[in-house]
Design a protein around this ligand. Structure first.
Ligand code: MLT
Length: 321
Protein backbone atom coordinates (compact mmCIF):
# COMPACT_ATOMS: atom_id res chain seq x y z
CA UNK A 1 0.00 0.00 0.00
CA UNK A 2 1.17 3.50 -0.85
CA UNK A 3 2.25 6.50 1.18
CA UNK A 4 0.11 9.01 -0.77
CA UNK A 5 -3.49 8.24 -1.63
CA UNK A 6 -5.34 10.24 -4.31
CA UNK A 7 -9.01 9.30 -3.99
CA UNK A 8 -10.49 11.55 -6.71
CA UNK A 9 -9.61 12.56 -10.24
CA UNK A 10 -6.83 15.08 -9.65
CA UNK A 11 -4.37 15.46 -12.49
CA UNK A 12 -1.91 17.97 -13.92
CA UNK A 13 1.83 18.56 -14.19
CA UNK A 14 2.33 18.83 -10.43
CA UNK A 15 0.50 15.55 -9.87
CA UNK A 16 2.60 13.87 -12.56
CA UNK A 17 5.77 15.04 -10.80
CA UNK A 18 4.44 13.90 -7.41
CA UNK A 19 3.70 10.47 -8.89
CA UNK A 20 7.17 10.27 -10.41
CA UNK A 21 8.90 11.05 -7.13
CA UNK A 22 6.65 9.37 -4.54
CA UNK A 23 4.76 6.19 -3.96
CA UNK A 24 1.28 7.40 -5.01
CA UNK A 25 -1.86 5.27 -5.24
CA UNK A 26 -3.93 7.14 -7.84
CA UNK A 27 -7.48 5.86 -7.39
CA UNK A 28 -9.93 8.43 -8.80
CA UNK A 29 -13.00 6.31 -7.92
CA UNK A 30 -12.01 5.38 -4.39
CA UNK A 31 -14.24 8.07 -2.82
CA UNK A 32 -17.27 5.91 -3.77
CA UNK A 33 -16.15 3.00 -1.60
CA UNK A 34 -15.83 3.83 2.10
CA UNK A 35 -14.55 0.36 3.09
CA UNK A 36 -11.78 0.22 0.49
CA UNK A 37 -10.87 3.80 1.32
CA UNK A 38 -10.54 3.00 5.05
CA UNK A 39 -8.33 0.01 4.21
CA UNK A 40 -6.03 2.11 2.03
CA UNK A 41 -5.78 4.72 4.78
CA UNK A 42 -4.07 2.27 7.14
CA UNK A 43 -0.68 2.98 5.62
CA UNK A 44 -1.19 6.37 3.94
CA UNK A 45 0.91 9.30 5.13
CA UNK A 46 -1.07 11.70 2.91
CA UNK A 47 -4.43 11.80 1.17
CA UNK A 48 -5.35 14.20 -1.63
CA UNK A 49 -9.06 14.80 -2.25
CA UNK A 50 -11.54 17.13 -3.92
CA UNK A 51 -15.04 17.55 -2.44
CA UNK A 52 -16.41 14.05 -2.82
CA UNK A 53 -14.24 12.07 -0.41
CA UNK A 54 -15.74 12.31 3.06
CA UNK A 55 -12.76 12.62 5.39
CA UNK A 56 -14.64 11.84 8.59
CA UNK A 57 -13.34 11.34 12.12
CA UNK A 58 -13.72 7.54 11.59
CA UNK A 59 -11.57 7.68 8.48
CA UNK A 60 -8.97 9.76 10.28
CA UNK A 61 -8.97 7.27 13.17
CA UNK A 62 -8.35 4.49 10.62
CA UNK A 63 -5.20 6.27 9.40
CA UNK A 64 -2.52 6.01 12.11
CA UNK A 65 0.25 7.24 9.80
CA UNK A 66 -1.59 10.17 8.23
CA UNK A 67 0.31 13.48 8.34
CA UNK A 68 -1.51 15.63 5.80
CA UNK A 69 -4.89 15.90 4.12
CA UNK A 70 -4.58 17.85 0.87
CA UNK A 71 -7.89 19.36 -0.24
CA UNK A 72 -7.67 20.42 -3.88
CA UNK A 73 -10.24 23.19 -3.53
CA UNK A 74 -11.62 25.80 -1.18
CA UNK A 75 -14.53 24.19 0.66
CA UNK A 76 -13.71 22.15 3.74
CA UNK A 77 -17.21 20.82 4.39
CA UNK A 78 -16.14 17.26 3.48
CA UNK A 79 -13.26 17.23 5.96
CA UNK A 80 -13.54 16.88 9.72
CA UNK A 81 -10.94 19.55 10.41
CA UNK A 82 -11.34 19.28 14.20
CA UNK A 83 -10.63 15.55 14.15
CA UNK A 84 -7.62 16.19 11.90
CA UNK A 85 -6.24 18.86 14.24
CA UNK A 86 -6.74 16.64 17.28
CA UNK A 87 -4.88 13.83 15.53
CA UNK A 88 -2.01 16.19 14.65
CA UNK A 89 -2.78 16.09 10.93
CA UNK A 90 -2.26 19.15 8.73
CA UNK A 91 -5.16 20.12 6.49
CA UNK A 92 -3.90 21.93 3.42
CA UNK A 93 -6.38 23.61 1.03
CA UNK A 94 -6.58 26.25 -1.68
CA UNK A 95 -8.88 29.01 -0.47
CA UNK A 96 -8.20 31.45 -3.29
CA UNK A 97 -6.54 29.55 -6.15
CA UNK A 98 -9.84 28.90 -7.96
CA UNK A 99 -11.79 32.01 -6.90
CA UNK A 100 -11.43 33.88 -10.20
CA UNK A 101 -12.78 30.92 -12.16
CA UNK A 102 -15.83 30.61 -9.91
CA UNK A 103 -16.47 34.36 -10.13
CA UNK A 104 -16.24 34.24 -13.93
CA UNK A 105 -18.75 31.37 -14.03
CA UNK A 106 -21.19 33.48 -12.03
CA UNK A 107 -20.83 36.37 -14.47
CA UNK A 108 -21.39 33.98 -17.36
CA UNK A 109 -24.51 32.66 -15.62
CA UNK A 110 -25.97 36.17 -15.47
CA UNK A 111 -25.17 36.92 -19.11
CA UNK A 112 -26.45 33.52 -20.23
CA UNK A 113 -29.68 34.08 -18.31
CA UNK A 114 -30.49 37.59 -19.53
CA UNK A 115 -29.55 36.89 -23.16
CA UNK A 116 -31.32 33.51 -23.11
CA UNK A 117 -28.33 31.91 -24.77
CA UNK A 118 -29.25 28.21 -24.22
CA UNK A 119 -32.69 28.68 -25.87
CA UNK A 120 -31.38 30.87 -28.70
CA UNK A 121 -28.52 28.45 -29.35
CA UNK A 122 -30.82 25.42 -29.45
CA UNK A 123 -33.29 27.18 -31.75
CA UNK A 124 -30.65 28.54 -34.14
CA UNK A 125 -28.82 25.24 -34.26
CA UNK A 126 -31.98 23.49 -35.36
CA UNK A 127 -32.43 25.89 -38.26
CA UNK A 128 -34.34 28.79 -36.67
CA UNK A 129 -33.54 32.50 -37.10
CA UNK A 130 -36.01 34.01 -34.63
CA UNK A 131 -34.58 37.30 -33.52
CA UNK A 132 -37.77 38.69 -31.98
CA UNK A 133 -38.21 35.53 -29.93
CA UNK A 134 -34.91 36.09 -28.16
CA UNK A 135 -35.09 39.70 -27.07
CA UNK A 136 -33.14 39.66 -23.79
CA UNK A 137 -32.15 42.12 -21.09
CA UNK A 138 -29.05 44.02 -19.97
CA UNK A 139 -27.07 43.61 -16.78
CA UNK A 140 -26.46 47.37 -16.81
CA UNK A 141 -28.49 49.08 -14.11
CA UNK A 142 -29.63 45.84 -12.48
CA UNK A 143 -29.09 45.02 -8.82
CA UNK A 144 -26.92 42.08 -7.85
CA UNK A 145 -27.33 40.78 -4.30
CA UNK A 146 -24.30 38.86 -3.10
CA UNK A 147 -24.82 36.61 -0.09
CA UNK A 148 -21.34 36.12 1.40
CA UNK A 149 -18.77 38.78 0.59
CA UNK A 150 -15.69 36.57 0.96
CA UNK A 151 -13.01 35.97 -1.66
CA UNK A 152 -15.36 34.87 -4.46
CA UNK A 153 -18.17 37.26 -3.55
CA UNK A 154 -15.75 40.19 -3.78
CA UNK A 155 -14.44 39.11 -7.18
CA UNK A 156 -18.01 38.78 -8.44
CA UNK A 157 -18.79 42.28 -7.11
CA UNK A 158 -15.76 43.84 -8.87
CA UNK A 159 -16.65 42.23 -12.18
CA UNK A 160 -20.36 43.03 -11.93
CA UNK A 161 -19.53 46.69 -11.20
CA UNK A 162 -17.71 46.80 -14.54
CA UNK A 163 -21.06 45.92 -16.14
CA UNK A 164 -22.70 48.88 -14.41
CA UNK A 165 -24.63 46.81 -11.88
CA UNK A 166 -25.59 48.03 -8.42
CA UNK A 167 -24.09 45.78 -5.77
CA UNK A 168 -25.74 44.99 -2.46
CA UNK A 169 -24.42 42.31 -0.15
CA UNK A 170 -25.21 40.43 3.02
CA UNK A 171 -22.41 39.14 5.23
CA UNK A 172 -22.77 38.79 8.97
CA UNK A 173 -19.01 38.69 9.44
CA UNK A 174 -18.20 42.04 7.82
CA UNK A 175 -18.43 45.51 9.28
CA UNK A 176 -20.57 47.63 6.89
CA UNK A 177 -18.14 50.54 7.38
CA UNK A 178 -15.12 48.47 6.45
CA UNK A 179 -12.98 50.27 3.82
CA UNK A 180 -13.01 47.36 1.41
CA UNK A 181 -16.83 47.41 1.26
CA UNK A 182 -16.71 51.09 0.33
CA UNK A 183 -13.94 50.42 -2.18
CA UNK A 184 -16.05 47.71 -3.80
CA UNK A 185 -18.88 50.19 -4.11
CA UNK A 186 -21.15 47.70 -2.37
CA UNK A 187 -23.80 48.36 0.25
CA UNK A 188 -24.23 45.84 3.04
CA UNK A 189 -27.78 45.09 4.02
CA UNK A 190 -29.97 42.52 5.75
CA UNK A 191 -30.72 39.24 3.97
CA UNK A 192 -34.42 40.11 3.75
CA UNK A 193 -33.69 43.46 2.14
CA UNK A 194 -31.22 41.88 -0.28
CA UNK A 195 -33.76 39.24 -1.34
CA UNK A 196 -36.43 41.90 -1.86
CA UNK A 197 -34.22 44.30 -3.85
CA UNK A 198 -32.08 42.08 -6.06
CA UNK A 199 -32.55 41.22 -9.73
CA UNK A 200 -29.97 38.48 -9.22
CA UNK A 201 -29.21 36.77 -5.92
CA UNK A 202 -25.82 35.04 -5.96
CA UNK A 203 -24.75 32.77 -3.12
CA UNK A 204 -21.14 32.62 -1.91
CA UNK A 205 -21.27 31.08 1.54
CA UNK A 206 -19.50 28.00 2.85
CA UNK A 207 -21.60 25.01 3.89
CA UNK A 208 -21.96 25.12 7.68
CA UNK A 209 -24.73 24.04 10.06
CA UNK A 210 -25.97 27.66 9.91
CA UNK A 211 -26.08 27.91 6.11
CA UNK A 212 -27.43 24.41 5.36
CA UNK A 213 -30.89 24.78 3.79
CA UNK A 214 -31.00 28.53 4.36
CA UNK A 215 -32.45 29.21 0.91
CA UNK A 216 -35.85 27.86 1.81
CA UNK A 217 -39.46 28.48 0.81
CA UNK A 218 -39.36 31.55 3.02
CA UNK A 219 -36.33 33.02 1.21
CA UNK A 220 -37.73 32.43 -2.30
CA UNK A 221 -41.02 34.05 -1.23
CA UNK A 222 -39.12 37.25 -0.47
CA UNK A 223 -37.50 37.49 -3.92
CA UNK A 224 -38.91 39.48 -6.83
CA UNK A 225 -40.80 37.44 -9.43
CA UNK A 226 -38.40 38.84 -12.07
CA UNK A 227 -35.26 37.79 -10.20
CA UNK A 228 -32.75 34.99 -10.80
CA UNK A 229 -31.19 32.78 -8.16
CA UNK A 230 -27.54 31.81 -8.77
CA UNK A 231 -25.62 29.21 -6.81
CA UNK A 232 -21.97 28.28 -7.36
CA UNK A 233 -21.21 27.59 -3.69
CA UNK A 234 -22.70 24.43 -2.20
CA UNK A 235 -25.96 22.73 -3.19
CA UNK A 236 -26.85 21.91 0.38
CA UNK A 237 -27.45 25.58 1.23
CA UNK A 238 -30.61 25.33 -0.89
CA UNK A 239 -33.84 23.51 -0.14
CA UNK A 240 -34.21 22.16 -3.68
CA UNK A 241 -37.88 21.19 -3.25
CA UNK A 242 -38.62 24.80 -2.26
CA UNK A 243 -36.63 26.09 -5.24
CA UNK A 244 -38.55 23.82 -7.61
CA UNK A 245 -41.83 25.08 -6.17
CA UNK A 246 -40.72 28.71 -6.47
CA UNK A 247 -39.81 28.17 -10.13
CA UNK A 248 -43.00 26.29 -10.96
CA UNK A 249 -45.12 28.94 -9.22
CA UNK A 250 -43.28 31.78 -11.03
CA UNK A 251 -42.22 33.08 -7.64
CA UNK A 252 -38.81 33.77 -9.22
CA UNK A 253 -37.80 34.07 -12.89
CA UNK A 254 -35.09 31.42 -13.03
CA UNK A 255 -32.09 29.76 -11.48
CA UNK A 256 -28.53 28.97 -12.50
CA UNK A 257 -27.02 26.15 -10.48
CA UNK A 258 -23.48 24.83 -10.62
CA UNK A 259 -23.94 22.80 -7.47
CA UNK A 260 -26.64 20.43 -6.21
CA UNK A 261 -27.66 19.10 -2.83
CA UNK A 262 -26.51 15.68 -4.01
CA UNK A 263 -23.84 15.27 -6.67
CA UNK A 264 -24.46 13.74 -9.14
CA UNK A 265 -28.09 14.81 -8.54
CA UNK A 266 -30.78 12.24 -7.88
CA UNK A 267 -33.62 14.64 -8.54
CA UNK A 268 -33.50 15.57 -12.21
CA UNK A 269 -36.67 17.66 -12.44
CA UNK A 270 -34.96 21.00 -11.75
CA UNK A 271 -32.63 20.48 -14.70
CA UNK A 272 -35.54 19.95 -17.10
CA UNK A 273 -37.09 23.39 -16.53
CA UNK A 274 -36.48 25.83 -19.39
CA UNK A 275 -35.64 28.65 -16.97
CA UNK A 276 -32.98 26.65 -15.12
CA UNK A 277 -29.33 26.60 -16.22
CA UNK A 278 -27.36 23.70 -14.76
CA UNK A 279 -23.68 22.82 -14.87
CA UNK A 280 -21.89 19.93 -13.12
CA UNK A 281 -19.96 21.76 -10.35
CA UNK A 282 -17.43 23.22 -12.79
CA UNK A 283 -16.92 26.61 -11.15
CA UNK A 284 -13.33 25.76 -10.28
CA UNK A 285 -12.74 23.69 -13.39
CA UNK A 286 -10.60 25.84 -15.63
CA UNK A 287 -7.11 24.88 -16.74
CA UNK A 288 -5.68 27.94 -14.99
CA UNK A 289 -7.39 27.34 -11.64
CA UNK A 290 -6.67 23.63 -11.62
CA UNK A 291 -3.01 24.21 -12.37
CA UNK A 292 -2.77 26.55 -9.36
CA UNK A 293 -4.81 24.27 -7.09
CA UNK A 294 -2.98 21.04 -7.92
CA UNK A 295 0.46 22.72 -7.77
CA UNK A 296 -0.27 24.14 -4.30
CA UNK A 297 -1.58 20.88 -2.85
CA UNK A 298 1.08 18.61 -4.36
CA UNK A 299 3.79 20.97 -3.15
CA UNK A 300 2.36 21.00 0.41
CA UNK A 301 2.06 17.21 0.49
CA UNK A 302 5.67 16.72 -0.66
CA UNK A 303 6.90 19.36 1.80
CA UNK A 304 5.07 17.95 4.81
CA UNK A 305 6.17 14.38 4.06
CA UNK A 306 9.74 15.67 3.91
CA UNK A 307 9.34 17.22 7.36
CA UNK A 308 8.63 20.81 6.25
CA UNK A 309 5.73 23.19 6.86
CA UNK A 310 2.72 23.49 4.55
CA UNK A 311 2.23 26.87 2.85
CA UNK A 312 -1.54 26.41 2.48
CA UNK A 313 -2.33 25.02 5.91
CA UNK A 314 -5.82 25.56 7.30
CA UNK A 315 -4.74 24.38 10.75
CA UNK A 316 -1.48 24.29 12.69
CA UNK A 317 -1.77 21.12 14.74
CA UNK A 318 0.88 19.88 17.13
CA UNK A 319 2.43 16.88 15.40
CA UNK A 320 1.59 13.70 17.30
CA UNK A 321 3.00 11.21 14.87
C1 MLT B 1 -14.14 24.30 -4.12
O1 MLT B 1 -14.60 24.08 -3.00
O2 MLT B 1 -12.99 24.70 -4.29
C2 MLT B 1 -14.97 24.07 -5.34
O3 MLT B 1 -16.31 23.91 -5.04
C3 MLT B 1 -14.45 22.94 -6.16
C4 MLT B 1 -14.38 21.66 -5.42
O4 MLT B 1 -15.13 21.41 -4.50
O5 MLT B 1 -13.52 20.85 -5.73
Amino acid sequence: MSEILVSENITGDAMTRLRENHDVAFKPDLWHDADRLAKQMQTARAIIVRNQTKVTDELIAAAPNLQIIGRAGAGLDNIDTNAASEAGIVVSYTPSENSISVAELVLSFMLTAVRRIPDAWRDTRSGGWNRMQFVGGELFGKTLGIVGLGRIGRLVAERARAFGMTIIAHDEFIDPASPFVLQLGARLTSLDDLLAQSDFVSVHVPLTPETRGCFSHDAFQKMKSSSWFLNASRGEVVDEAALLLALNDNQIAGAALDVRSQEPPVDTELATLSNVIVTPHIGAFTHEAQERVVAAICSDVATVLAGGAASHAFNFPKPKR
